[in-house]
Write a protein that binds this ligand. Structure first.
Ligand SMILES: Cc1cc2nc3c(=O)[nH]c(=O)nc-3n(C[C@H](O)[C@H](O)[C@H](O)COP(=O)(O)OP(=O)(O)OC[C@H]3O[C@@H](n4cnc5c(N)ncnc54)[C@H](O)[C@@H]3O)c2cc1C
Length: 391
């Protein structure tokens, strides 16, 4: 036997052994023959399309407006897992953060710039006890977060003026990305693997036979498919209903103020009482007042100026930066607050992915969805997040 034969054989048997040990033997995760239609051009459609195309599937993305036009464009895009409970949901977010590092390594930090400086969060008054308790719980789960003093706030965020501080924390693994840029970068990468990104194309229905979707119907005509990935944000509910499945989602609104691009001054996220502030990697400041719903807040210029004035109190470096945009986003909130991910019980070749915190979880969801759609093993991480819990 030659050296090459020997090495090839050893390699093949080693790989077979590894597959057998990991329980993946026989898994079909190469997608050359699959025609997959992805409905929705937000961050979730983008990560799923990228991972599918990379695995060899023939991918067509259908987006009714333009890439990132939905919740994604209006997202604060804080990549975090700390406050997420229970543990399985925390893990989806934590592995999502890790997934962003993988994507940056694959695509290049120059192509996909991100800010990985962590998040400094401080409070005063009665919220301090709650924050202290939350941080202790996160530490017990192994999350890289620690209590810090007021002096460390200004060391981590030079120039920031936090005001009174009764408790503060630093979550070192957290970061942020520009959600629109990330979506574009992922679609560009998917295109290099042969994916087609079609917009504006609106999905209007489905042709079914034998419990499977055979064609996706659109305002521009039908498209044949082997599989469908339903990543249409709030439209997942009505589209799934056409297939006899329940994907209950509600919404809440969130307003953010954005500035023009300025030199980098904020090396990490800065969260003080009443203001969440970040600077995107390309230099624009973004600020909002709450991660909960703010139904009474309108996306007016006055609101934007008020948000910016408040943020300036903490981050004087915002200075004279001009307001460039005020956005009103509609969150995609599954009815029970947890992601809805997996094949529809009523239609096995349609895979839904609807969630809040999709910026944090996106890379993991894209990776797992592509494997499952292409017939690979089911990820037990997703066991409690399947759509059949609403059946
Ligand atoms: C104000 C705000 C702040 C947020 N902050 C954070 C945060 O800090 N961290 C975090 O992790 N997450 C955050 N989120 C949540 C996160 O942004 C979302 O979970 C994520 O963007 C959802 O992405 P998606 O692709 O599922 O949905 P979307 O971005 O809504 O994309 C769905 C797409 O489907 C398209 N579509 C709909 N119907 C059809 C049809 N019939 N045919 C074709 N296309 C269709 C839409 O046009 C849209 O582009 C925030 C969201 C908001 C609104």
């Amino acid at each position: 036997m030659t050296m090459i034969d020997r090495r090839t054989l050893l390699g093949a048997s080693g790989a077979a052994l590894l597959l057998a040990r990991t329980g993946l033997a026989g898994a079909q995760v190469v997608g050359e023959s699959r025609q997959v239609v992805v409905i929705g051009g937000g961050i979730i459609g983008a990560v799923i399309a990228y991972h599918l195309a990379k695995s060899g599937a023939k991918v067509t993305v259908l987006e009714k407006e333009k890439p990132a036009a939905g919740a994604t464009e209006k997202s604060f895009a804080w990549l975090n897992a700390g406050s997420k409970r229970p543990r399985p949901y925390h893990m989806l977010n934590l592995l999502g953060i890790m997934g962003w590092h993988r994507l940056q390594a694959e695509l290049g930090t120059d192509v996909l710039p991100m800010q990985w400086g962590g998040c400094v969060d401080w409070t005063a008054g009665e919220d301090a006890a709650k924050m202290r308790e939350a941080i202790a719980r996160q530490q017990a789960w192994g999350y890289p977060v620690r209590a810090i003093g007021a002096a460390e706030i200004t060391r981590l965020l030079p120039g920031v003026t936090p005001g009174p501080v009764d408790f503060a924390s630093f979550a070192e693994a957290e970061g942020t990305v520009d959600p629109v840029l990330a979506t574009r970068v992922l679609f560009d990468a998917a295109k290099r693997y042969g994916a087609k990104i079609e917009f504006p194309v609106s999905v209007t229905g489905f042709d079914q036979a034998g419990g499977q979707v055979k064609r996706v119907l659109t305002d521009k005509g039908p498209i044949a498919c082997d599989n469908v990935a339903l990543a249409a944000g709030l439209a997942c509910e009505p589209l799934a209903a056409m297939l006899g499945a329940k994907v209950p989602v509600i919404t809440s609104t969130g307003v953010l103020a954005h500035t023009e691009v300025k030199p980098m001054a904020l090396p990490r996220l800065a969260f003080g009482p009443g203001a969440n502030i970040k600077q995107n990697p390309e230099g624009s400041f973004v600020t909002g007042s709450s991660f909960g719903g703010t139904p009474d807040v309108k996306a007016t210029r006055e609101t934007g100026e008020a948000l910016l004035a408040f943020a300036r109190k903490y981050v004087p470096a915002i200075g004279e930066a001009k307001l460039s945009d005020v956005t009103l986003g509609h969150r995609v909130l599954p009815k029970d607050s947890y992601p809805i991910v997996g094949a529809l019980p009523s239609c096995g070749n349609v895979y839904v992915a609807a969630m809040h915190s999709g910026m944090s979880q996106g890379p993991l969801i894209g990776q797992l969805a592509a494997v499952e759609i292409l017939g690979g093993p089911k990820a037990d991480l997703l066991d409690t997040f399947r759509p059949d819990r609403f059946a």
